[in-house]
Design a protein around this ligand. Structure first.
Ligand SMILES: Cc1ncc(COP(=O)(O)O)c(C=O)c1O
Length: 363
């Protein structure tokens, strides 16, 4: 994809001068009707948006965000990206991987999350990709370590958790316009409801703006997967407004968008006891989608969001209109990276305790 093909720039050419962007992924991602699942649930019109296939190296929702973020890092001539996440963070992995492709080094401040096969794999992958990892245990620790890293390095670009910065969110503004185009081109009917996991909120807020710009009246449901203090209607409305304001500051053609918390639809019932905790509903959702359609969900984000959608379908909370699940988890097989690099003693000592027991089934 090139600059001139970006829907945001096509619609609002004045943005080109002020908004950095580079191509990392393959777009548009496919939309697909889940016919076997439809039969299983006796609901006509269940669709999926395959953002698991956004990139050849690594897919998932981070690729769209990083197209804007990495371009901004390069524009500012920084050599390091400092960012934050849980021990198994997909955002951290995507940043390390695509950053490396562009000659950037990454420092990751990692906080605790429940230990699973996935978290062990991610830690090994961070190290394989040459990221510098620092164990911060909790959010306060991450802030302190981050400040220390910032002070000790020249040319550092500070990136918040999940890449949900004003620039990062634009990846999903573009994605909202992309879906509108696919509807216009007859690739799918207009969904009445779209489901997506909501964590640091950039995916949700970007889509919300994209749908507004495209005049798409869709009930966008974020299924919360992180703590409520971090992910809630008030903060999401604020992030939408802040991102929209930045866009408006660059183009008079962009309409004013000023949302209130009541305009945000978050389902809080599927997060489980903590971020990263495996829930029964998430596992059931994972099993059902795998058995019916052969599509893989994980347990921290996508299993929970899919469980939310299943519950709404089964309990007949929906309008009967088509529903679309926006799949945000990578589906590129990265097991080889772990096979090649599985000696955890290469990691800083603080991480060795997470490998007391090997949870990875294939090494
Ligand atoms: C697979 C997956 N889905 C959804 C999300 C949530 O996206 P956001 O942080 O933009 O709300 C993440 C964030 O890390 C993720 O890794």
């Amino acid at each position: 994809m090139s600059y001139s093909e970006l829907l945001l720039f096509k619609r609002y050419p004045e943005l080109v001068e002020n908004i950095p962007w580079l191509s990392l992924g393959s777009f548009p991602t496919a939309v697909q009707k889940l016919t076997i699942l439809e039969q299983n649930l006796e609901y006509d019109g269940i669709w999926i948006k395959r953002d698991d296939q956004t990139g050849e190296l690594y897919g998932g929702n981070k690729v769209r965000k990083l197209e804007f973020i990495i371009a901004d890092v390069l524009r500012r001539k920084k050599q390091w990206i400092l960012t934050f996440g849980g021990l198994g963070s997909n955002h951290c992995l995507a940043t390390a991987l695509y950053g490396r492709e562009h000659g950037l080094k990454t420092v990751l401040c990692l906080i605790d999350q429940p230990l699973t096969e996935h978290t062990q794999e991610q830690l090994l992958r961070f190290d394989y990709l040459g990221a510098k990892i620092s164990y911060a245990r909790n959010t306060t620790g991450a802030v302190l370590k981050g400040v220390w890293q910032l002070a000790s390095k020249w040319g550092v670009y500070l990136l918040g958790p999940g890449g949900s910065s004003e620039f990062g969110n634009l990846g999903y503004v573009e994605a909202g316009l992309e879906l509108a185009n696919q509807i216009d081109n007859g690739l799918l009917p207009k969904p009445g409801h779209v489901y997506v996991p909501i964590g640091t909120m950039g995916t949700y807020c970007g889509l919300k703006i994209g749908f507004e710009l495209a005049d798409l009246d869709i009930d966008l449901v974020g299924v919360r997967v992180t703590e409520r203090s971090m992910t809630n209607e008030k903060k999401a409305a604020k992030l939408v407004n802040k991102t929209a304001k930045m866009l408006q500051s660059f183009s008079d053609d962009i309409p004013e968008i000023e949302l209130a918390p009541a305009d945000i639809h978050i389902d809080h019932d599927f997060a489980g006891p903590s971020y990263g905790a495996v829930t029964d509903e998430g596992l059931e959702a994972q099993q059902l989608l795998s058995e019916t359609e052969g599509i893989h969900l994980e347990t921290t984000y996508t299993g929970k969001a899919f469980a939310g959608m299943l519950d709404h379908i089964r309990s007949k909370k929906l309008s009967g209109e088509p529903v679309l699940y926006w799949h945000t988890y990578n589906s590129v097989d990265l097991r080889d990276m772990v096979r090649k690099h599985h000696d955890f003693t290469h990691l800083p000592r603080a991480f060795h305790k997470f490998f007391k027991e090997n949870l990875i089934s294939y090494i």
